[in-house]
Ligand binder design. Sequence first.
Ligand code: SF4
Length: 414
Amino acid sequence: MAQKSLIDRLAILADAAKYDASCASSGTAKKNSLGGKGIGSTEGMGICHAYAPDGRCISLLKVLLTNHCIFDCHYCINRKSSNVERARFTPQEIADLTLSFYRRNYIEGLFLSSGIVKSSNHTMEQLVECARILRQEYDFRGYIHLKTIPEADPELVHQAGLHADRVSINVELPTDSGLTRLAPDKDARQIEGAMGGMKMAIRQAKDETKRFRHAPRFAPAGQSTQMIVGADAASDADIVGKASRLYDTFRLRRVYYSAFSPIPDASAVLPLKRPPLIREHRLYQSDWLMRFYGYAPGEVMQATEADGNLPLDIDPKLAWALKFRERFPVDVNRATREELLRVPGLGVKAVGQIIASRRHRTLRLDDVARLTVSITKVRPFICALDWRPVMLTDRADLRALLAPKREQLELFAA
Ligand code: SF4
């Protein structure tokens, strides 16, 4: 059979990569006269955006080396029993594509993943080879994010870190039982073992960089992982617990949450419907509460409902505040940073500005309003020089008053 053209393979393998949430695909729908496949089109071909270690938003070519796979993970469109059109690149082809897009200023880096072809070791070798060609033969200084294969030889996984800025190893599912049921070829211990090895190597490289100016760099942007949400029965409390353990144990930079999306010819063990996208959003909010707002995982879990899931109509910070109303109102002129960070509607930046401003004057409600997006949400939980929320936190209908309007929530279903 004739080899598919480069552009056809790119269409297949960039589209297949969109299921990986570790960097989000561009939402741009820019078609052209070639039905969305020609030069300039951003539809179907995977340009995605990610944040570099210095905080810049960068665009990456997001693509798979191949969507052939010898594994049979039920939730994956590329699993061996799936009926999708298959394609494959060589490491040289990916390196050339990356460089040519980079030279045209379309991208600033590469996000490369792959199905498992022949064996885990063979696949890992191919991924590393692509990054090696870019770095050593083309002297490519752009950003590289490599997915690694936890079942591969640890030495091969290690080599990924020598070329990539960021590496990721997907835990896939929040519970070991979910993994055994839905990804029978994968092993939770192997995945965590690979993450542990990566953590040690990153730490060692950091130490060496401090001692030797020319020490080799090793995954300077750290490691991340992805969890699929809604493909099994795991609750948000299970997911929050798992994410927090992964952050603590493996010093991950990010845990990405990916709402399970139904795939053609889906296995009968999967749910028929995708979970609401807002659930994924609530999990990201809970993740921020743990990473930037000082909430312990147990506190985030306190915000869940009786079924162990976070409420969908309000954000987890508001849900927590409504459950622990006795902790409010807090006085914006006296409260500690930690107490202010608990106030629904006050972000990290606004809290910093409140603390800086109150050194010079006593704050009124209007002063706080100027620093927030919505004072309506903040007002019931604070006092200021001219404001005290009489009986407001005791109101039974406070949740309904503060919940976003239905149309705002429907944006997530679009
Ligand atoms: S290993 Fe599993 S998740 Fe990865 S491509 Fe193969 S079937 Fe899909």
